[in-house]
Design a protein around this ligand. Structure first.
Ligand SMILES: [Zn+2]
Length: 254
């Protein structure tokens, strides 16, 4: 889920100046050219932390648990010759949003991918309880994935390119995008760049606008929806999602 703090503006912005020239890509001059010696560096960012665990799902499990599990699987699956995988944090660690972006920038990553699991606005949720633990559940089906990119990221074009590949692979898997973030209500109203592929523009997302490398945020599924939670919690389905992300990353490299 995308809590308010993810969108917060920082007084200590360290945006590359070229980010203010929307559509231009002057940052390219500072890129490190990829050579045979330079591996493809992918930074995986498991959303949230133990202290800020994100959305509370229908099983009474916080989002961070799903994010960490999928990130670990993805990191393992991506490992291979010519690829360097960096996780922004271990499951027990805290890290700031600035710290996540800075890590990707310092490592001169070829790709930054934040992994999250989604919720919905409170009016679509009912509070429940599972074995004495509070939980939230949708009052109508809200299911599927969402992909976010920021036009304030200086590598917006490349971010969009990966977002499209990711959307294509997820569709090929049989997943479908949820379009509930485009609903014109408070807290949503996000601009859809591609409704078929489920790609939204969300300029203010801090980890996307402060990264100076191609950056995408994926909401894997909606954990307050019983059906969708069942999907993303399933071991085999997780493996399939991981393979879809790996396929998109491979196509992005070449
Ligand atoms: Zn989240």
């Amino acid at each position: 889920m995308l809590p308010r703090y993810l969108q917060a503006r920082s007084a200590q912005a360290f945006l590359c100046l070229c980010a203010f020239f929307i559509g231009a890509a002057p940052c390219d001059a500072a890129e490190v050219p990829r050579t045979a010696d330079k591996p493809f560096v992918i930074v995986i960012d498991p959303g949230h932390t133990p202290k800020q665990p994100g959305a509370l799902g229908v099983k009474g499990i916080h989002e961070v648990t799903y994010n960490d599990a999928l990130s670990a699987k993805l990191a393992k699956a991506l490992q291979g010759p010519g690829v360097q995988v960096v996780l922004t944090r271990a499951p027990s660690e805290e890290i700031s949003l600035d710290g996540r972006a800075e890590l990707a920038n310092v490592r001169q990553a070829d790709l930054f991918l934040a992994l999250h699991h989604d919720s919905a606005q409170l009016k679509y949720l009912t509070k429940t309880e599972i074995n004495g633990t509070p939980a939230y559940q949708t009052v109508r089906p809200i299911a599927g994935y969402s992909i976010f990119v920021s036009q304030l990221n200086p590598r917006f074009a490349q971010s969009q390119q990966f977002a499209k590949l990711l959307g294509q692979e997820l569709l090929a898997l049989g997943r479908h995008p949820t379009l509930h973030h485009a609903e014109p209500i408070a807290g949503e109203n996000r601009e859809l760049l591609d409704a078929k592929l489920g790609i939204y523009k969300f300029d203010e997302l801090l980890v996307l606008r402060k990264t100076t490398v191609p950056a995408v945020l994926l909401e894997v599924g909606v954990i307050v929806d019983a059906e969708d939670e069942k999907y993303v919690a399933d071991n085999a389905k997780q493996d399939a999602i991981v393979q879809a992300i790996v396929a998109a990353a491979e196509r992005f490299q070449h």
